[in-house]
Design a protein around this ligand. Sequence first.
Ligand code: FES
Length: 613
Amino acid sequence: MVAAPVVNITVNGKAISARPGQTVLQAAADAGIEIPALCNHPHLRPEGSCRVCLVEIEKQRTLQPACTFPVADGMVVQTESAKAVESRKMVLQMIFSERSHYCMYCQMSGTAQSTDCELQKLGYRYGLNHWSYGPNYAKNWPIDATRTHFVMDHARCILCRRCVRACQQIAANHTLGVQQRGFKTMICADDNVQFGESSCVSCGTCLQVCPTGALADRRSAYRGHESEVTRTKAVCLGCSVGCGIEAITRDNQLLRVEGDWKAGNEGMLCSVGRFDVVEPKPVRIMWPMVRTDGRLVETSWDKALTFAAGKFRQAHRVAGLASPRLPNEALAAFACFFHEVLMSNEVGLLYGEDPPLELGQPAVLHDVAASDCIVIIAGNPMKQQKVVGHLIKRAYDNDARIIVVNDRPTELDSYAHLRLQLQDVSYHGESPFEQLKNTYHLRGTGVSQLKAAVEAAQRPVVLYGGGLTTTVYAALRALPAKVHFLPLINGTNAAGAARLGLRPRPVHGEALYVMVGDDLPDGMVLPHRQFTLVQSAYRSAWTESADVVLPAMIWAEMKGHMINIEGRSLPVAPLLVAPKSVHACWETLLQLSMRIGYSLSFDEISDISKAVV
Ligand code: FES
């Protein structure tokens, strides 16, 4: 084994080892020495614009920015020398004076111990208790509140450009930029239009990296300092990507969601994962309801379950449909309930699609961003798996070749170097489910073009959806071994459901049990049956047509596991405590089984987890 090269430097009298190519700031941070910085962010390329990180380096004529200055063997650095501190104080005073940082009205502001503002934190640290240069109240700094989820207050902006770089380097959206020069410089969107009218996709990455209160989240602002909230790492159940999130909660309320920098999505989230999950939903169902005289009337769990059990016992055949948003444990218990208790095989998913998983070497999310040739066949990631869409755009920025193969326009068409047409060769059957089953084919000439493109690349990735003909899947399987494959699964946990044998399909029976969880109908109509039980977190068109309605947990209350787009089993951690009258789906099934007269083969969620994870 060859030892990795090491660069030896001294910071504040401490000898540390750095890696070649590291900056002084990175090397110091790795050694546990914090150098104050503002425009720098560990997940963005350094820019060196704020000059807060200036340090004294032996043999350098002037102070140097630690965030851009590379380490060199024998280097001696002082981060808190009188000269460095003096300069830092002056830079901070100028930043404070540049705009009207009237901290007492800012949601990030606090005491030396509680402030969330990186600028204010440094103000406290360096004892800035007055303005050496008067604050700039003269200009009426605008506030742009035209975006739904967050607000831009230019008075609090320090022009660090973290937001601009995040929009370019992480989201690859290129909406944010800078207009004017010098004193008049402002962050702008597109050609200086209102943010709400710009090409912003509300991924909120800019919000996550803003060091001050310039970008403010509408829902969580003023609802608690960092010191008062709890951060919990979890997984987003918005789609099958299963992005890592950090949920910010307080008093059993979800305030905000941020991307987990350490997860496969590397901090990136889409608008669904960051904002939609926190938005208020329709009316929550808190107690079971039974239809009485045409109306749904609240009742006890015992009465509702006993009534439903009686109906299921009487029915000749009971059918079941479950949402693919549910974790493995709920889906496994649902399948088990049908197979063991009702002795019925009429069980499937409400929707969802899980293309074949074994086409070749599996890709991870990072492979997409690092690829030099990406084929997207039968999928629309900018719509269904948005974070993957952003990773494709990031690869495009790094000169990756993009090939889009579809039967209809997609949001990535404008990025495509090659566009190939899929042909619909489907058979349209009688039932609505059969009609959904379209099948698409790509002619041999198209396959040859794909093959030539991936052969010419070094790190090709094929992203593929469902519904292709077996010939096309066989052709994909036959691509060179260097190709990595990522299935574009629709339905958050459709992959987990498929492993349990649950797929969207027509189900038959005079009674129907629909386990919805916190899903919403989105225009989908349930088939009409003699008796329908809907277990749902929210009132919807589905619950309004049911005979019995049972409450269900929302995603933030659930516990279990899901299988993501990479085929990884991810833990679904409860972030909030469910209301006392709302039970986990698997517990409901246990209770219902007992009332029907059978017991299921598990007593605890851990029993199911062991069987399915
Ligand atoms: Fe180094 Fe801003 S953090 S110049």
